[in-house]
Structure formats: C-alpha cells, structure tokens
Design a protein around this ligand. Structure first.
Ligand SMILES: Cc1cc2nc3c(=O)[nH]c(=O)nc-3n(C[C@H](O)[C@H](O)[C@H](O)COP(=O)(O)O)c2cc1C
Length: 211
C-alpha cells in the first residue's frame, strides 16, 4: 500500500467572512499517483468542513484508507449498487450531488479528464459530475505525466470542461513520481486547500440545503 505523504502545511488562510454553516465538500480522487495525498487532503478539509469522499477503482490502488479521517465516508463504485435495489431507493450519485455545496476532484487523471470532457459516466465519480448542478462550483486539480499533460487531447479536454463551468487548479512543474521532469504534477494539497477555502469564504454557502 502506498504511504501518504505528510503535509502539515494546510494552515489557516485569513478569514474574510463568517460562514452560515459548515460547507459540504465532496472530495474525489481518480487514478493518478498523486492520490497518495488524498488522505491528507481529506484531513485538511474535514477540520473545518463536512467532507464526503469518492474514489475511482484506480485511485484505490494509491489511497491508504488508514489516512482517511474517521468522520469522512469514502464511497466507491460498489456503493452505487449496494445502496440501490429497487425503484424508489436513493441513487448515490444523485444524493451526493444534492448533498454537496462544492465538488473538488484532486487528483484528476488524464482518463477521468477525458471522460468528463466527453460526457462519459461509467463510474460513481463521473456520474456525479455528469449529474452536477453547475450553479454549484466544481474544481479539478489534474495530475499526470508531463507527456500526458502536453498531449493535444489535454488542451481540447480543458476547453470542454471550462465551457461546462469547471475551475482548473493548474498542475505544477517538478520531478514527477515516474522520474520525468516537467509540468503535470498535482498542485500541493496546501494550495488546493487554500484555494477552496478562500473561494468558500468569499462565496459563503447558504444555510438552506436541498437535501
Ligand atoms: C503506477 C501507475 C501510476 C499512474 N499515474 C497516473 C497519473 O499520475 N496520472 C494519470 O492521469 N494516470 C496515471 N496512471 C494511469 C491511470 O491510473 C489509468 O489511466 C486509469 O485508467 C485511470 O482511471 P480513473 O480515471 O478511472 O481513475 C497511472 C497508472 C499506474 C499503473
């Protein structure tokens, strides 16, 4: 099992506004090696928000479940089907979309980027995105090999998701886990955390929920 990196730098950004209630953040991970940092991200966010988590089948290869805080439920594709037996039962990807004030996909793999851009929805994560209510914010932090990032498909897919209203937290340039040097590494969890927290403090969630 991959060991999560310890990043203790999810420090408090300056507070700009009181929040009416704790925001509900749906954190999702797809199958990039950066998913080893997912537990750390969940911990940062769960200290000030309600957090639910979603992971793709590939992401589970990188996530050490012991790093997920005990108050964060991690949903997988199997939960879609074990929670639904008959008409009238709740549908998990719809329930998660209703529950969330905001969705953050970190890391976003090349594969899941392509699927979202093309409207495909063959797992829990992509079903939530396909059913997303774009009056609510959705942020993504891609993480992939530098040649995947510079592949012409990436630019096309980024244009498509931008048109949907998805906000990009751009990757950074560094030595990647595979040994290549270049752009494509996921932004640091501390930067992702600060970006989302500052966004929510300047766009406070309403106290009224549609759940
Ligand atoms: C060891 C390993 C590391 C990988 N790292 C990445 C990565 O950093 N970024 C990426 O986009 N794909 C990466 N992949 C490929 C994805 O895991 C693969 O495309 C998978 O189908 C993604 O599925 P998902 O998008 O449903 O999570 C990696 C694969 C392996 C075996």
């Amino acid at each position: 099992m991959a060991q999560a990196e310890t990043d203790t730098s999810c420090t408090e950004p300056p507070t700009t506004n009181a929040m009416p209630r704790r925001p509900r953040i749906l954190l999702a991970a797809s199958g990039s090696v950066a998913a080893i940092k997912f537990g750390n991200l969940c911990r940062c966010f769960s200290e000030w928000a309600e957090v639910k988590a979603v992971a793709t089948k590939s992401a589970l290869h990188f996530i050490d479940k012991m790093t997920i805080p005990s108050d964060v439920v991690l949903y997988t594709d199997e939960d879609e089907w074990t929670s639904w037996k008959k008409i009238g039962d709740s549908v998990l990807h719809i329930e998660l979309r209703r529950w969330a004030d905001i969705m953050v996909i970190a890391p976003l793999s090349a594969n899941t980027l392509g699927k979202i851009a093309g409207g495909l929805c063959d797992n829990l994560l992509t079903c939530v995105v396909r059913a997303w209510d774009y009056s609510k914010p959705l942020f993504v932090a891609p993480a992939m090999n530098t040649f995947m990032w510079s592949n012409p498909f990436t630019e096309k897919h980024l244009v498509s998701i931008d048109e949907l209203g998805i906000t990009l937290i751009p990757p950074v340039t560094k030595r990647l886990a595979c040994g290549d040097y270049g752009n494509g590494a996921m932004a640091e969890p501390s930067l992702i955390y600060k970006t989302i927290r500052l966004f929510l403090e300047s766009h406070p969630v309403s106290g009224v929920s549609d759940v």
